[in-house]
Write a protein that binds this ligand. Sequence first.
Ligand code: BES
Ligand code: MN
Ligand code: ZN
Length: 484
Amino acid sequence: MQVHFIEPSVSPKGILVLGVDKDHKLTKTAKELDAKHGHFLTHFLDQREKKDKLDEPLCLTAPVELKNVTHVILVGEVEDVIELGGKVAARANPLKKDTVTVLVESVMAADKAAEFAYGYKLRSWSFDKYITKEDRKNHQPKKLDVAAADVKSAEKTFTRLNAIYESVVMARELSSEPANVLYPESYANRIKAFEKEGLEVEIYNAAQLEKMGFNTLLGVAQGSVHEARFVVLQWHGGKKGEAPLAIVGKGVTFDSGGISIKPANKMEDMKHDMGGSAVVAGVLHAVAKNKVKANVIGVMGLVENMPSGSAQRPGDIVKSLSGQTVEVINTDAEGRLVLADALWYTQERFKPKYMVDLATLTGAIVVALGYRYAGLFSNHEGLAQSLQAASATTKEKIWPLPMDAEFAKAIRADQADVKNSDYGVGAGSITAAQFLEYFVNKTPWAHLDIAGTVWSTKASNLFDKGATGFGVRLLYQWIEDQVH
Ligand code: BES
Ligand code: MN
Ligand code: ZN
């Protein structure tokens, strides 16, 4: 889809989008067109039974005199034009037209046109690369023309937003890829290509990780024919020597549960158990594209969790990179084993100012918060608040849950320092976060459990059903907030 910002006076083509203000009156551009064409819009609005403020776009076929226009979509004027862009996309795309022209007053103002286009694109993306029947693919217009009062300024803003869009889509794409295509090695190879954006990319293979002492990460991978990888991304956009912001992601390319194998029902969903690492990839990509003035580290622990003769067993005791020993009670509580080494490594090597991890860590977070809120855990009040502030901006919702020494105690093992699961305490998402805390020392750290939010069986204003890319916009915003 080509996005163009146009002068409001340009004559519309294809699907025409017009605004209706809060008092149910046509806005300036709509009114002029209406007067020119026998008041077809006024007539249409008058005939409606319910005179609401058009929360959902309304679609009508265009009068023949309106040359080159097939449909008119009426929208209520709103503040959040990112969401509005998404709503219009959901309505317009199924009409399968080549061009959409947007002449909406509130979208013309300042940089709103760019935001509208951003929302439109976010909602339009879907994963249909493996569908071979053209007519079953979702349609997107070839051209999106959005009227802007200041075309130059809209273009500039859109360049920045489009980089974030591409990064969200990259995260969605990675999460959508099946596990026969995306496994640690192939995944790391894709990330290697980020070097051309000016990122430093280091990739460690299993032999190197063994020498380095990444035993809890490697323990998860040992049942799979696919070797583990560990990826470190660095962006040096800030002052030399300034402590970096670090984000760490769980990258389990498939989580069968291992020997503690999962039931068959919905096991296919576990191809997206690398969603946290996909957010890391997306955020670092966006930060580099937009040359953000911060030092940012991205860390991805990539493994496949499979049962086999070489797989890790329940009861195994493993020495983590930190030196602490872990008793593996349940091989399906693998994400925390991957993160244990990844977090420890990150804080030891980079001494980050803040460290945030993202992980599809527990099914329990879905029980607690459902599919639209991610769980927030932190050892640092200021960091937690800054994440909540970024979340309020991007509307990717997060909700704080407690950390408590009692839970930390509950996962002490009888035969090792800690155990990766406990069958008696409940609060599965908290004990998981508490396990991670054993591997972060005093570093200001936050953990986002995104198990419920990375994938959606329903469309929303800004995503179609499927991978949501949840977290990319949030963490990118958070990093920009740290700079300003
Ligand atoms: N990857 C899962 C968590 C998950 C569940 C993500 C549903 C997305 C949707 C994680 O590795 C896991 O299996 N967690 C276990 C932990 C338990 C064994 C202590 C869980 O939540 O059941
Ligand atoms: Mn698991
Ligand atoms: Zn998992």
